[in-house]
Design a protein around this ligand. Structure first.
Ligand code: NIG
Ligand code: FE
Length: 405
């Protein structure tokens, strides 16, 4: 039996909003006084509430004024970690650099030590707590990277935690293997470490069905371009989808992301005109991580330039214990928007269907026939109130697969 949910003052359907390039708010495809007809987990129709109620359907009546959007999608997080990096953050506030802290054996290495020491139960508790907070904020699909294990045993442990957590949270968790985050202290040669991952870890991910996405941090302080390219080519040959931590402090990463046909190139704070052009001509989604810029006190990704050049831009939190401890997608997207001069359509697309595309998912992120009924309602009567309130107004209703949470 189908079900009609509504009425909503406005439904931002994003049903035909283009995948790439700059967007005007007219492309939001807004339906006023709308309703959504759903059957099971999927949307049958989105339209005028009074027209849709003429069908023989059960009605889930919405009280008060609300604006409905597709559930948000966070396409880049590192939600499984042990310990805290408050000490690092305090050092950074006093002027110490992220790269210097890492060079001295802190930073990511600190989280690796605490994550290796944590039990699966402890890691799962942390993951569920963060994912629940995200779901409450309207994020119905969450990508989750490993990357604080840095050896076969601990990387598998983290990805198994993600797999086991799926039954405890309604949001979809999309795992990505970021074992190539930095070179662990046990290896003195970075190339040898990547060869070890290629031979010992990647085949196990397929065997145990733990992840079909592989990521790498391309940076002189992590993995330089030349050796990163060999590892990612090998991962591609094994059938993995690729994504790259690219151009955070130095360029190079986005170029190999495009060359290898990666789904996304994420960070891009250091990208120049050349990288912007290369990304714009490709199908690789450019992912801005304003939470990392805020967490490190550095410049934002050149989002405006990327969009004007014709790129697809997603926005994500990079929620992690080091560079991105805040993890509030809407706050961060709103802040990026006002600094980079983005339209509401560009911002909402970046946290819905464009983020889905970065994950290779085409069944969500728009409110249209056949799409997943992942939806969020904000207690406002005009969509412009949402970004104007800079993330302080959260959705008060969230539906995942057609069910209200
Ligand atoms: O996306 N830059 C590399 N990796 C993460 C941060 C990880 C950490 O600091 O723990 C990022 O910013
Ligand atoms: Fe990251």
């Amino acid at each position: 039996m189908s079900k009609l949910i509504g009425p909503f003052k406005e439904i931002l359907t994003l049903s035909r909003t283009p995948e790439k390039g700059a967007l005007a708010d007219s492309s939001l495809d807004i339906i006023k006084n709308g309703g959504v007809l759903i059957e099971g987990k999927k949307i049958l129709e989105v339209g005028d509430f009074n027209d849709l109620r003429k069908n023989d359907v059960t009605i889930e009546e919405i009280e008060g004024s609300h604006v409905l959007l597709p559930g948000f999608i966070d396409c880049h997080t590192h939600l499984v970690w042990g310990g805290t990096r408050a000490r690092d953050y305090t050092l950074r506030m006093s002027g110490e650099s992220y790269e210097k802290i890492l060079e001295q054996g802190g930073g990511i290495f600190d989280s690796v030590e605490k994550t290796r020491a944590a039990t699966k139960e402890e890691l799962k508790t942390g993951l569920i707590k963060r994912a629940k907070r995200h779901l409450k904020d309207g994020i119905t699909t969450i990508e989750v990277k490993s990357g604080y294990g840095l050896d076969v045993e601990n990387e598998l442990k983290i990805l198994e935690v993600v797999k086991n957590a799926k039954g405890d949270i309604e949001a979809d968790l999309i795992p990505t293997c970021l074992a190539a985050h930095v070179c662990p202290k046990e290896f003195t040669n970075k190339k040898e470490f990547l060869e070890y991952l290629e031979k010992e870890l990647l085949p196990k991910l397929i065997e145990k069905d733990l992840a079909n996405r592989v990521d790498i941090f391309v940076e002189p302080s992590a993995f330089p371009v030349e050796i990163a390219k060999d590892y990612m080519s090998a991962a591609k040959k094994l059938g993995f989808d690729l994504t790259i931590h690219a151009d955070q402090f130095h360029t190079g990463g986005s170029q190999i992301a495009v060359e290898l046909g990666a789904r996304s190139a994420d960070h891009l704070e250091a990208s120049t005109e050349m990288e912007v052009e290369i990304l714009a001509k490709s199908d690789t989604v450019a992912v801005a991580l304003p939470g990392a810029s805020i967490g490190l006190g550095m410049q934002f990704t050149p989002a405006r330039k990327l969009l004007d050049a014709g790129a697809s831009l997603a926005i994500s939190t990079d929620w992690n214990p080091g560079s991105g401890p805040m993890g509030d997608l809407l706050v961060q997207a709103a802040i990026l928007g006002i600094y980079e001069k983005l339209s509401s359509a560009e911002i909402f697309s970046g946290i819905t269907f464009r983020a889905a595309n970065a994950l290779g998912l085409n069944d969500r992120g728009r409110l249209a026939e056949g799409m997943k009924a992942d939806m969020i309602a904000f207690p406002v009567d005009d969509y412009r109130e949402i970004l104007y309130n800079q993330g302080k107004i959260k959705p008060d209703m969230v539906w995942k697969n057609g069910k209200q949470i």
